[in-house]
Every structure is written in structure tokens, then in C-alpha cells.
Design a protein around this ligand. Structure first.
Ligand code: MTE
Length: 324
């Protein structure tokens, strides 16, 4: 992975928390106005987003679900992206993802489950309760952002498919549609598409593991992984796979895109760990975006990205230098 250059995002552009909190009420109202009559997947997602009572915000009381650190501005979260299906520059996803068809969308469920099948996105979304989480996202390239997501616990989704006792791991797969994803057509790409990621079952069931469908109270932008993406805040950002079309429940640890590209640089676990450097750069600190040349906003990186209290028990007794 190439270290990005987020220098054009000024720290003065950070959205003040009070402005964001006031704006959320307005966003809820505009979603009501824009909701259509047909129950397309996008409409179901909008309906779900508007049903969230922003003023209650009781998620703040749940450990790890909330941070009061400065949020990255909406426009930066959607213009500075890693989504190699649309190109390798940080601005490529915003430029090239807009023609991606996300409606209709379906999710295929396979492997060690009682209820395999092909599920329409509408049916995935109808029963869920959308929640808000404000998480730190720490990329392996040593930059980070604080992002307000809307979504639902991955555990709720997993339980609906009734995994068998053999299901020890889950593999996730991104859409493969070269006609709409120029990065998948590029001859120079070294990625063996589709992009795949994986988690151990207990990691997937942790309450922090989120399926995001919204950002800043609006539908998830396509460049951020619409209509469904994973957000695993204690792991490097590449685990948070976008635009998911398939979930496989497996007995054995699955292959992942970054392990297959460079196993000595990117591990299956990929827990944020300032003690284990990337072979080509330090993981001891990160640039918190927005940042620029004069105000680099460099901060120390925390073990498990600051979520050790919620997740370190998952790795008790494991040598995290070996299982990076
Ligand atoms: N998912 C897919 N399918 N393709 C990708 O290239 N990039 C990952 C992750 N999910 C990626 C992906 C990386 S490296 C990061 S840091 C995050 O998405 C970035 O998420 P964001 O662009 O929403 O900030």
C-alpha cells in the first residue's frame, strides 16, 4: 500500500461537534422528505436512517461506541478514500464510484449455516435497528479519521443465518463488476479480484463489529462502500471491506486480499498495534486527518486503536508479534 498524502485537508475544516449535533436533526427531516413510496433497498435504508432518534444518542453510554474526539468533515471522509476497485489514488473512488449500481443489491450467504441463500438487500435491512457509532478508523498507511457511522451490529446479521458449530471464521467478498469498477479492469492491478476479507467468529460477534449503511446521517456514499460495508474499529482499515455481496461461514481461516498480496506486510488479524511496525514504516504514530504540512496533527497510535478494553480478551495468550 502506498502512504497517502492527505495534506490538502486543513485542520480548520474539522466539523465542530455542536454543529454536527444540530445538523443531525435537519438531516433526519430531509431524509423523510426524500423517501419514496417503492420499497427499494435504498428507500428501506433511508427509512431506517430516519427512524434513528438522533437526540437520544444513548449509544454514548456504551463503552467504545462513541468518542468525543473531533470528527473528520463529511466532505473529507468522502473524498479521501481507499477503494482499489475504483483506482489507487485517494481521489479515484469519489471520481469513479458514482456510476456504480447499488439498487438492486443482494447478499449471498454460504457455508456452515442453517439458512444459506441469496437475500435481497431490502430483506436484510427491514428488521434491523439502525444505531449510530462514532469510531476511529486507523489505516495501515498511518493516517486516521474519526467517523460517525450509522449501521447495525454484525452479530445481529450473523444470528439470522444460524451458523453451525463448525463455523469458526467468516469470509466477506466485495462486488466484482469490472464494467462499473475501473480498477478491476486495470491491467496494472496486482489484486486478484474480488477483494476478500475475513474475521474469526468471536471477532465478528463482538459488539463493536458494525455493518455500516450510513455516514453523517445520510446514505453511505458509494466511494465509502455503499450499500453495505464492514467497520472493525480496532483493526487496520483494510479489514473494513466495502460493498459486500457475499458472506461465507467457514471452518478454516480464509485467505484475504492483503495476505495474498504480501503476507509479510499484512496479516490476517491486522489489529492496530504500535509495537509491531510495518516492514517499511512505523506504526507508532498516525496522522489524524484533517492535517497538513504546517499542522501534521501526528498523535501516538494506541493498542487496538484505543479499543483494548473491549477486545483485548479475544487475543489472550496470543503472541501479537507473530499473529499480526
Ligand atoms: N474494501 C474494498 N472492497 N476495496 C478496498 O480497496 N480498502 C480498505 C477498506 N475497504 C478497500 C476496502 C482500506 S485500505 C481502507 S483504509 C478503508 O477501506 C478505507 O475506508 P474509507 O475510504 O471509507 O475511509
Amino acid at each position: 500500500m502506498i502512504i497517502g498524502k492527505p495534506s490538502d485537508i486543513r485542520s480548520s475544516e474539522i466539523t465542530p461537534r455542536s454543529v454536527y449535533l444540530r445538523r443531525r436533526e435537519f438531516i433526519g427531516k430531509s431524509l423523510i422528505a426524500s423517501a419514496g413510496v417503492s420499497l427499494s433497498a435504498v428507500t428501506v435504508a433511508s427509512e431506517q436512517l430516519k427512524s434513528l432518534d438522533y437526540r437520544k444518542a444513548d449509544f454514548k453510554n456504551k463503552e467504545g461506541f462513541y468518542t468525543n474526539e473531533a470528527l473528520a468533515p463529511y466532505k473529507d471522509i468522502k473524498r479521501f478514500n481507499n477503494f482499489y476497485e475504483f483506482g489507487s489514488d485517494k481521489g479515484d473512488p469519489e471520481k469513479h464510484a458514482q456510476n456504480l449500481t447499488v439498487d438492486p443489491w443482494s447478499l449471498t450467504v454460504e457455508g456452515e449455516v442453517e439458512k444459506p441463500g441469496v437475500y435481497h438487500l431490502e430483506d436484510i435491512l427491514k428488521p434491523v435497528n439502525i444505531e449510530e457509532r462514532i469510531y476511529r478508523l486507523r489505516c495501515v498507511e498511518a493516517w486516521s479519521m474519526v467517523i460517525p457511522w450509522q449501521g447495525f451490529p454484525l452479530a445481529d446479521l450473523i444470528e439470522r443465518f444460524q451458523p453451525s458449530s463448525k463455523a469458526k471464521y467468516i469470509q466477506f467478498e466485495t462486488l466484482h463488476r469490472p464494467e462499473e469498477m475501473p480498477g478491476q479492469r486495470a491491467r496494472t492491478s496486482t489484486i486478484d479480484w474480488p477483494y476478500v476479507e475475513g474475521l474469526r467468529m468471536d471477532e465478528a460477534m463482538n459488539p463493536l463489529s458494525l455493518i455500516a449503511v450510513g455516514l453523517y446521517g445520510k446514505e453511505l456514499p458509494k466511494q465509502n462502500g455503499a450499500p453495505l460495508r464492514l467497520v472493525i474499529p480496532w483493526k487496520y482499515g483494510f479489514k473494513s471491506i466495502k460493498s459486500i455481496v457475499k458472506i461465507r461461514f467457514l471452518e478454516k481461516m480464509p485467505m484475504t486480499t492483503w495476505v495474498s498480496l504480501a503476507a509479510s506486510e499484512y496479516g490476517f488479524y491486522a489489529n492496530v498495534n504500535p509495537q509491531v511496525n510495518h516492514p517499511r514504516w512505523s506504526q507508532g504514530s498516525e496522522r489524524r486527518l484533517p492535517s497538513n504540512f504546517f499542522s501534521p496533527n501526528r498523535i501516538p497510535t494506541k493498542p487496538f486503536n484505543g479499543y483494548a478494553e473491549q477486545v483485548s480478551h479475544l487475543y489472550a495468550g496470543m503472541d501479537l508479534k507473530k499473529y499480526y
